[in-house]
Design a protein around this ligand. Structure first.
Ligand SMILES: NC(=O)c1ccc[n+]([C@@H]2O[C@H](COP(=O)([O-])OP(=O)(O)OC[C@H]3O[C@@H](n4cnc5c(N)ncnc54)[C@H](O)[C@@H]3O)[C@@H](O)[C@H]2O)c1
Length: 268
């Protein structure tokens, strides 16, 4: 028996990176998957966007675990589109038990370089997108008799990192959103937790070629990226281990928590 056998998980930003890893990990533990992703380039990020072939690869990997998947291109900024994707998935897969609000964007740049567009779209995707994800899915969890919601924040949702003003603001918002939803949804047997990785080995972290130079030119501020454990980037599968824990009955009394997988970054 897998740790989430027979359950259905809805994951945003599932085309690649951590979202794909969470889809495969939950499938390997017995869950069917509803996956959405934007599958487009965002014009102001300095790293490449995902594509529909990335989402097809996630589909292939989940199916190779012997599980079903309903995948759709959808923007978490568009609440109606998310609702359509979740409703379609629940219609095909029969229920919903787990939600992972994982889609996110960001750009490392100095405060005076941040445009109104970068500010607004970062908040819209990372914070409002997480709210849309819960709003589109919570009633399905209630219909299942309860469930687990995991909102992917960051160490940047617990502490200040330099050169990420909109990102940090959005991720602190996600931390609060998880606690607020945990309080209200507890009556429906729904747990809500936030997850806080430090740097993870995905395109978002490795694709920002200009970031390393900016950080290196400010050695005092660069210390905020240090970790206790001797590591730079955490493999996505290690973040997925935390997702499976929070999704499963192993964490039945864990709610409103902010779980770090950060090699000790927030302790420094
Ligand atoms: N990589 C890191 O160092 C790191 C550290 C801490 C937290 N995080 C967070 O982890 C989450 C996953 O990021 P990742 O590292 O896998 O990066 P990633 O860029 O590889 O994956 C993010 C996915 O989200 C999708 N996405 C972006 N905007 C979307 C939108 N509007 N609607 C739907 N999908 C959208 C992208 O297309 C992409 O497939 C994000 O919330 C990110 O902020 C990342």
């Amino acid at each position: 028996m897998g740790r989430v056998e027979g359950k259905v998980a809805f994951i945003t930003g599932a085309a690649r990176g951590q979202g794909r890893s969470h889809a495969v990990a939950l499938a390997s533990e017995g869950a069917d998957i509803i996956a959405v992703d934007l599958c487009q380039q965002i014009d102001w990020t300095s790293y490449r966007g995902s594509s529909s072939s990335d989402l097809e690869e996630t589909t292939r990997l989940v199916e190779s675990q012997g599980r079903r998947i309903v995948a759709a291109q959808a923007n978490v900024r568009d609440r109606d589109a998310l609702e359509r994707a979740v409703n379609q998935g629940v219609e095909e897969l029969g229920r919903l038990d787990i939600v992972v609000a994982n889609a996110g964007i960001g750009r490392v740049q100095q405060w005076d370089q941040v445009t109104s567009q970068v500010w607004q779209e970062t908040i819209d995707v990372n914070l409002t997108g997480a709210w849309h994800t819960v709003m589109a899915s919570a009633r399905h969890l209630i219909a299942s008799g309860g469930g687990s919601i995991i909102l992917v924040s960051s160490v940047g949702g617990l502490k200040a990192n330099p050169f990420m003003i909109p990102y940090i603001a959005s991720k602190f918002g996600v931390t609060g959103l998880a606690k607020a939803f945990a309080a209200e949804l507890a009556d429906h047997n729904i747990r809500v937790n936030s997850l806080h990785p430090s740097g993870v080995d995905t395109v978002m972290a490795t694709g920002q070629s200009d970031a390393a130079e900016l950080i290196a030119s400010h050695p005092r501020l660069a210390a905020s990226f240090a970790t206790i454990l001797p590591t730079t980037l955490i493999p996505p599968a290690q973040i997925s281990n935390a997702v499976v824990f929070l999704a499963s009955d192993d964490s039945l009394f864990v709610t409103a928590s902010a779980l770090t997988v950060d090699a000790g970054n927030t302790a420094l």
